[in-house]
Write a protein that binds this ligand. Structure first.
Ligand SMILES: NC(=O)c1ccc[n+]([C@@H]2O[C@H](COP(=O)([O-])OP(=O)(O)OC[C@H]3O[C@@H](n4cnc5c(N)ncnc54)[C@H](O)[C@@H]3O)[C@@H](O)[C@H]2O)c1
Ligand SMILES: N[C@H](C(=O)O)[C@H](O)COP(=O)(O)O
Length: 339
């Protein structure tokens, strides 16, 4: 029977010198959801060659071919201008199709930022290209990870992402935090169906500044800002600024102990403050999700893993989780639109 209106996803192959094609080919047979159409976006000749190399069949998926560039110096395990340019054009192609042909979303295999730079593409990552082409300036980098033990989902939004650590304090402003909190609350309510979310906001300094003795960001503006936001959103619970060294203790317990109390969402102030605990706890389950786009975008939490590319030992788990989350979010978005 013809399936009416299946979920339609584009899956990019990422930097083809990395493990992206391998984890995509390993993940696809593990996707159990029905009513899903997946289209692979990348260089198909290289995909077939990589599939042969790691003995993975391509299967009969729809494909959108992206031609190799003038520089055909693709070398497995070695990100360079050739692999960077190809992965950049593959993502551009996927976003254009998504915007033009109404796909539900894009799942992106990893790219190497250094390879993009080598190819002359000056973006901090895929997130910024997605936002630019989608024409949005309110967007965020959220990591969602569902525990295989308790089914509890850890949702962590990063207030700042790919900037040098020394630039973080100046980048953290009440305006930025308000933008990120609004995105997080909207995501928890709309995408995850949590109507009265409990959110924990991390402090910046050790012990959240110890009443100003170990740094003043909390006493000077973060605490007053939090009180203002709690007034704005009486139906949600905002806790913090929580000392960052103990913030992750309850989510770690909720990951392995059913019913252990934890927050629905965590707002980390900078990249590694949020991603060290996420990747320690959930490296094989965490999914990078760009919120604020007009379509779904998910990505595994790992990178190109050039050190193991071509060896056939990459684990597809995070890519499986990324595809499954894209399916779940697509279904939820369709329900929201028809409500
Ligand atoms: N989603 C993305 O596009 C994304 C995410 C993170 C990093 N990156 C980029 O990837 C490049 C390499 O980054 P990195 O080395 O810091 O991190 P990485 O995640 O690529 O690798 C870190 C370590 O984890 C291992 N690893 C990663 N994924 C694995 C998998 N699926 N199975 C088994 N082992 C795996 C690698 O072998 C390596 O030892 C950088 O250019 C970085 O910017 C991209
Ligand atoms: N910070 C992410 C991670 O560590 O998984 C990753 O670099 C994502 O970046 P883009 O999706 O913006 O490329």
């Amino acid at each position: 029977m013809e399936i009416v209106n299946p979920i339609r996803l584009l899956v990019t192959l990422g930097d083809m010198a990395g493990i992206g094609p391998e984890v995509v080919l390993k993940a696809l047979p593990l996707i159990q959801a029905k009513d899903v159409q997946i289209t692979l976006v990348g260089n198909q000749q290289r995909l077939r060659a990589l599939g042969d190399q790691v003995q993975l069949p391509l299967g009969d998926y729809a494909t959108i071919d992206v031609p190799l560039g003038a520089d055909q110096g693709l070398q497995l395990g070695q990100g360079n201008a050739a692999s960077g340019d190809l992965s950049f054009r593959s993502l551009q192609t996927a976003i254009s199709y998504c915007l033009k042909d109404g796909y539900d979303g894009v799942v992106t295999a990893p790219i190497a930022k250094s390879a993009w730079l080598a190819a002359g593409h000056h973006y901090p990552g895929q997130t910024e290209l997605l936002a630019e082409m989608a024409g949005v300036d309110r967007f965020g980098m959220l990591f969602a990870a569902r525990s295989p033990i308790t089914q509890w989902t850890l949702c962590t939004l990063l207030a700042t992402t790919h900037i040098p650590l020394r630039q973080v304090p100046a980048a953290l402003t009440p305006e930025l935090m308000t933008l990120k909190l609004e995105l997080l609350l909207d995501c928890l309510q709309q995408d995850f169906g949590i109507q009265q979310p409990r959110v924990a906001i991390a402090g910046l300094n050790p012990h959240s500044g110890e009443q100003g003795q170990l740094g003043r960001e909390e006493v000077d503006w973060l605490i007053p800002w939090l009180h203002e936001q709690q007034q704005r959103f009486p139906q949600v619970t905002l806790d913090g600024p929580v000392p960052p060294d103990t913030l992750w203790v309850t989510p770690a317990r909720a990951w392995s102990v059913s019913g252990h109390p934890a927050h629905h969402g965590y707002l980390a102030l900078y990249h590694d403050q949020g991603l060290i605990p996420v990747k320690m706890l959930a490296f094989d389950q965490a999914v990078n999700t760009t919120i604020g786009l007009p379509f779904i975008r998910t990505s595994p939490d790992h990178g190109t893993a050039f050190d193991i590319a071509g060896q056939g030992i990459a684990r597809p788990d995070s890519m499986v989780a990324a595809i499954n989350l894209a399916i779940d979010l697509s279904i939820q978005r369709r329900k929201n639109r028809s409500a």
